[in-house]
Design a protein around this ligand. Structure first.
Ligand code: CTP
Length: 406
């Protein structure tokens, strides 16, 4: 329940994307928000207030002359109660209206009357690609941002008019993630975070390899949490079957050597490096281009191994890390004696913060328990979902960044 306790005023202006607003309304409520729908007359041409009333379990407001409010000031009452106003879809015309501070219908009146400091305004644009690219819209988006609105991105693809391009309203689940992210504190604003995640795969031949059971879930959760906290995030992922968190740049790699190269190519721009990947310790000395066949003799092939580069130690020993420009965080997947191993590993890797966990108990799971080890000692973080732990970790990292008072 990511939005429990939040009251969202969901405003619909006219556009075919109104059909997606029904799903968005449901999704917000499923995450624990209460949703009050306000629609323009044009929106009611695309979807009925009855549908949104049923989904939000509240009567929908469409007119500034609504007599239900005792003081006859729906625009004031609705906006004062909101934790955020989300206009989805926000048409090109509605943007232009907001820009000029016009107030000739309930939705625009309510947006103009909202307390600027305490009630954020989020806009989910939805329009034809030519309208989205038009200089007037580009100008309006820039000015609305300057006026304090958060203009969310748009989707690309087939449009209801038959054309293809940018300007579609983002999908309900994407907008839901935007709203959840919006409410997270921006503890890593201005930071550039590089994260490794998942296992690596060390090829023996074209069909076989050495890998491990890491799911990548903790690293992906951290990438999401860091993005929500306002960071620019690059995720270097081994072979995992996980969707890329919204707003995160992803580089897919296979082997430890690929992962090291990808990290080295990004490290100069990064200010924080978090190594969650379960990097294979060894790789075959040589991998063959052709599948190794049984020769019928019962002899097993001899597999010579060599040690992989240590990505975390390499970055932690770099000039940037040593000068304090790159804050490095390691993970330790242990099977026993977590405190002793994690403490020793922090020293060995030369990192200011090391996060210990019991590997076999967490691989593939949605939750975990962590042990944070730094120069001051160790702190337990009790079992919770990986996303909750990731948000806690983001806070812990933000507090330890150079120049931040603990
Ligand atoms: N790590 C890395 N490159 C490696 C091995 C590990 O970047 N070749 C990173 C991991 O991402 C993790 C930390 O180092 O952040 C510790 O990884 P772990 O597998 O727990 O430890 P190892 O260094 O492999 O040591 P050991 O196998 O002895 O426990």
């Amino acid at each position: 329940m990511e939005l429990s306790g939040k009251h969202i005023v969901l405003g619909l202006s006219g556009g075919i994307a109104c059909y997606k607003a029904a799903e968005l309304c449901r999704a917000l409520i499923k995450e624990g928000a209460t949703v009050q729908v306000v629609m323009t007359e044009a929106a009611a041409q695309f979807i009925t207030p009855v549908t949104l009333q049923a989904l939000s379990q509240r009567s929908v407001y469409t007119s500034q002359w609504d007599a239900r409010e005792a003081n006859n000031m729906a625009h004031i009452n609705l906006s004062r109660a909101a934790d955020a106003i989300l206009i989805a879809p926000c048409s090109a015309d509605f943007m232009a209206k907001l820009l000029h501070g016009r107030a000739d219908d309930l939705l625009s009146l309510m947006c103009l009357a909202r307390p600027l400091e305490s009630v954020p305004l989020l806009l989910a644009p939805a329009m034809n690609r030519e309208m989205w690219a038009h200089p007037a819209t580009v100008r309006n988006v820039a000015q609305l941002r300057a006026d304090g609105a958060t203009v969310l991105g748009v989707g690309a693809g087939d449009q209801a008019c038959g054309e293809t391009g940018d300007g579609r309203m983002r999908e309900p689940q994407e907008l839901l993630a935007d709203v959840i992210a919006f409410f997270q504190p921006k503890l890593l604003a201005g930071q550039r975070v590089l994260i490794t995640a998942g296992p690596t795969f060390e090829a023996i031949d074209p069909v076989r390899g050495i890998t491990n059971r890491s799911s990548g879930k903790m690293g992906f959760a951290l990438a999401r949490a860091a993005h929500e906290a306002g960071a620019d995030v690059t995720l270097v992922a081994g072979p995992v079957a996980l969707a890329t968190p919204q707003g995160v740049r992803r580089l897919d790699v296979q082997s430890a050597q690929d992962m090291l190269q990808a990290c080295l190519s990004q490290a100069d721009q990064a200010s924080i490096f978090i190594a969650t990947a379960a990097v294979a310790d060894w790789r075959p000395v040589a991998s063959t281009d052709q599948k190794i066949k049984k020769d019928g003799s019962g002899q097993v092939p001899h597999l010579a191994l060599q040690e992989n580069p240590d990505i975390l130690a390499t970055l932690a020993q770099s000039k940037r890390a040593q000068s304090g420009a790159l804050f490095c965080v390691g993970f330790a997947a242990e099977s026993h004696d977590l405190l002793a191993h994690a403490t020793a590993k922090r020293q060995r890797k030369g990192v200011p913060l090391l996060v210990g966990n019991i590997g076999p108990a967490t691989f593939g799971q949605d939750d975990n328990a962590l042990l944070l080890v730094d120069a001051q000692g160790a702190v337990d973080i009790p079992r919770a979902s990986k996303l909750s732990l990731a948000r806690i970790l983001v806070r812990e990292i933000a507090q330890r960044l150079p120049g931040t008072a603990l």
